[in-house]
Ligand binder design. Structure first.
Ligand SMILES: Nc1nc2c(ncn2[C@@H]2O[C@H](COP(=O)(O)OP(=O)(O)O)[C@@H](O)[C@H]2O)c(=O)[nH]1
Ligand SMILES: [Mg+2]
Length: 441
């Protein structure tokens, strides 16, 4: 492979800088700059010396030399630690470029690792997540993926799908075995029904992982004067929104961000949804509707003292299909409380139970921080395809037509699952069949 080079550390003044080189000529070019042989024989060896180019000394460096395949990319790799001036790092990179290396493109070290089978796509994505993680929690989840624990969850499912598919294909391709047909449509349906909840559970965990990484949007809605703005202020622990006993005070969407056990939560206080002749209020209602459409969770606030009103019932109807958490505010004015309702008094400032309830409403618990999850948009969209393929297979099995028909969605499910791991979906499936069944024995 072509030899690539890049600085791995940020181009700012610091104690040390790291430069990475990978490819066929990594060692040869390094030897030229070092003026002596590297003699790398073990899995990873440390060398030190002075790098010079065209008679000019660049820097004293430490070199970590990894011969293929024992490196991150699977190729010959040299990692150079030099003094942390961006000038020095640049000079080293320039010297490698002059001697035949080329500057690496974005993510090229990781993509080489993938193509050389050092990591699967799930792990490759985790490297990016790890670098971009902004919270301790999302960093931990990325580490789980990088360790291969996430991919390991997929493999039994991939095998299960492979088995179901092989059972179908064997019936189609080798009809002479029909007499003692090993699998009936019923058997295949049973296999699929066992697989489906496992795929769905992966999707749910993935969505939760996505919440952790990207945060969620939570909108406060309810009738005027129920205490939405007071609740927002209490949750943010600051006076952000104007609170007044005059209905219709909040005309614009006010927002703020909090962290609930490491989950970034963006809160939006809306103007509420109601008919109005006031132009400004109407625009506020329009904005509120947009926020409601994108919010992952809605806090439907009710004045506990007043109880549920017609307007609240209408709101609930409007929000059908959304995740809703009902909050009874002004609990300080209520003597009788109904079990199971989330009571709070915004003016008391104590809203810890709402935070807990938000966490729980998303089915989140402390497990998510130690659960491997497939949470990138790429992974999730593929998993959703797998689920709908398996559902389709189940539906066709139930119709009881022919085994050939079930083969199509199963093949799709299997291929989509392989794509999650970055395996080639066009690869011939025949060898899979033969590896599972002793056809022609
Ligand atoms: N007693 C009591 N009054 C509250 C509580 N929360 C809000 N209020 C009052 O209810 C009125 C409306 O509050 P506000 O937050 O502006 O409601 P919004 O219109 O839904 O945003 C204000 O006079 C608040 O002081 C509460 O928990 N208890
Ligand atoms: Mg308000």
């Amino acid at each position: 492979m072509e030899t690539i080079v890049a600085t791995a550390t940020a181009p700012v003044k610091s104690a040390l800088a790291l430069i990475r080189v990978s490819g066929d000529d990594s060692f040869a070019i390094t030897e030229k700059l070092l003026g002596k042989p590297l003699n790398v024989s073990n899995k990873a060896e440390i060398r030190h010396g002075t790098l010079s180019y065209q008679g000019k000394t660049i820097d004293d460096v430490v070199l970590l030399c990894y011969p293929n395949p024992h490196s991150m990319t699977g190729e010959d790799v040299v990692e150079i630690t030099c003094h942390g001036s961006p000038l020095i790092a640049n000079e080293i990179v320039e010297a490698y470029l002059s001697l035949g290396a080329r500057y690496a493109t974005n993510g090229e070290f990781t993509s080489r690792a993938f193509y050389n089978g050092k990591v699967d796509l799930v792990q490759a994505e985790a490297i990016n997540d790890l670098i971009n993680a902004t919270t301790k929690e999302s960093k931990n989840v990325a580490l789980l993926s990088l360790s291969g624990k996430t991919s390991a969850q997929l493999k039994p499912l991939l095998n299960g799908l492979g088995e179901a598919l092989a059972s179908v294909e064997v019936g189609i391709d080798y009809p002479e075995y029909d007499e003692d047909e090993p699998y009936t449509l019923n058997d295949i349906e049973t296999m699929c029904e066992k697989l489906l909840p496992r795929v769905q559970s992966l999707i749910e965990k993935g969505v939760q992982g996505q919440y952790l990484r990207n945060g969620i949007d939570v909108a406060l809605v309810g009738e005027p004067n129920v205490g939405k703005s007071s609740l927002l202020n209490a949750l943010l622990a600051e006076d952000k929104a104007i609170v007044s006993s005059r209905p219709g005070t909040t005309r614009d969407v006010v927002e703020g961000e909090i962290s609930i056990k490491g989950l970034p939560v963006r809160l939006y206080d809306t103007a509420g949804i109601h008919d109005t002749d006031d132009e400004i209020e109407r625009l506020g209602v329009e904005r509120s509707k947009k926020i409601l459409a994108k919010a992952e969770l809605i806090l439907l606030v009710i004045d506990g003292n007043q109880g549920e009103t017609e307007n609240t019932r209408e709101l609930r109807e409007l929000l059908k299909g959304k995740k809703i958490l009902e909050i009874c505010n002004k609990s300080d004015l209520i003597s009788e409380k109904i079990d199971g309702n989330c009571y709070v008094s915004a003016i008391s400032g104590n809203v810890e139970n709402i935070k807990e309830a938000i966490f729980a409403a998303l089915n989140l618990n402390d497990e998510v921080y130690v659960t491997p999850a497939l949470s990138s948009p790429r992974e999730l969209s593929l998993l959703r395809l797998v689920a709908s393929d398996v559902e389709e297979a189940i539906r066709l099995c139930k119709e009881g037509l022919s085994v050939d028909l079930v083969s199509v969605p199963l093949q799709n499910a299997y291929n989509h699952m392989r794509q999650v791991l970055g395996q080639d979906p066009t690869q011939d499936f025949a060898s899979e069949i033969f590896s599972r069944f002793c056809v022609g024995k």
